[in-house]
Design a protein around this ligand. Sequence first.
Ligand code: SF4
Ligand code: SF4
Length: 351
Amino acid sequence: MIKHKVLIKEDENLEAAIAGIFQTLGPAKLRKKRILVKPNMLRSANPDDCVVTDPRLLRATVDFLLESGAEVVVGDNPMPDSRNMNELEVAQSCGFTDAAMGRFRNIGRYSKKIVRKANLLKELYISREVLDCDLLVSLPKFKTHELTIMTIAIKNHFGVIPGGQKLYIHSLFPKINDFSKVLLEIYQTRPPEIIIVDCLNIVDARGKKFSPGRLIAGDNGHAVDYTCALMAGVSPYHIPTVRIARDEKIFSPDNIEYHGVVKNIDGYTLPFTFPLRNTIVELFARFFYQILLKRVPVINHARCTRCSSCENVCPPRAIRKQQIDYGACIKCYCCLEICPNQAIRIKYKTI
Ligand code: SF4
Ligand code: SF4
């Protein structure tokens, strides 16, 4: 039986902790390996807000990998910002461009279609950088989530889906159980080899801040999420992805091999749970996604130079001769990100 290692590092010098994690979980040789480090870049945020990965953790990871001779890219792709900030500006606000030392990339620009007939999600688009790297290192933030209670390793992996397509998938699967199954399908398509959860400074559902000074690392996202739920003081099976992974026999806590002590974070609060919670949250989610789905890309023909970049990057080939077929558009907004002339904007459209 394969054991899933989970390491808990507390109050340790970050550099020493990262070196220890890679020694236990990493491959023997990192030299010349193409490594993609994926932090959690939800949106433009100050690191003190505790909703994105702490840039100190990102910096220590990148430093370690570079010193080991690896070829490092740091990447994520948030949903398009309502203030029309581009992804580099978002990364800058999170402290990621400095922490990545010039290696930050938007990984949502180029994607590959994957067909999985047996899945709930029959077709998905995954960032090429994710599929092409030798080693994927995920740096999720320890935090709560209104829909999935907590969002750690499995949810951070949703970021391998190009920008706005995440929203489209949400809208196709508004039920929490279905959406959680889809998260598991995406995770299994190309799981990370190493996960290091940022539990240095965190915030709970009531906005209270804590400084546990911990890193929780592992080679299996389910084992890591299970452990984080224990630390948050909740039954891990309240987290839908953990429960479904157990029920579908993808994961069993009996296979976790702990290196370190699992301790509660006293007073940490999770989103309120009550009998009809899922039904109510799903209704709100449906309404919210239907509104957001009306945000479509629109080409400003006065600015367009007909360079065809948008046409080439569009995953479902919904753009032909600078005209968008909204029936085929999956709202990934790759076209908006690639356009060199800012000739594409998001607008609300009633179609
Ligand atoms: S037109 Fe194509 S690239 Fe643009 S949002 Fe729609 S699907 Fe994505
Ligand atoms: S990428 Fe921009 S400039 Fe190029 S064809 Fe598309 S809309 Fe026009």
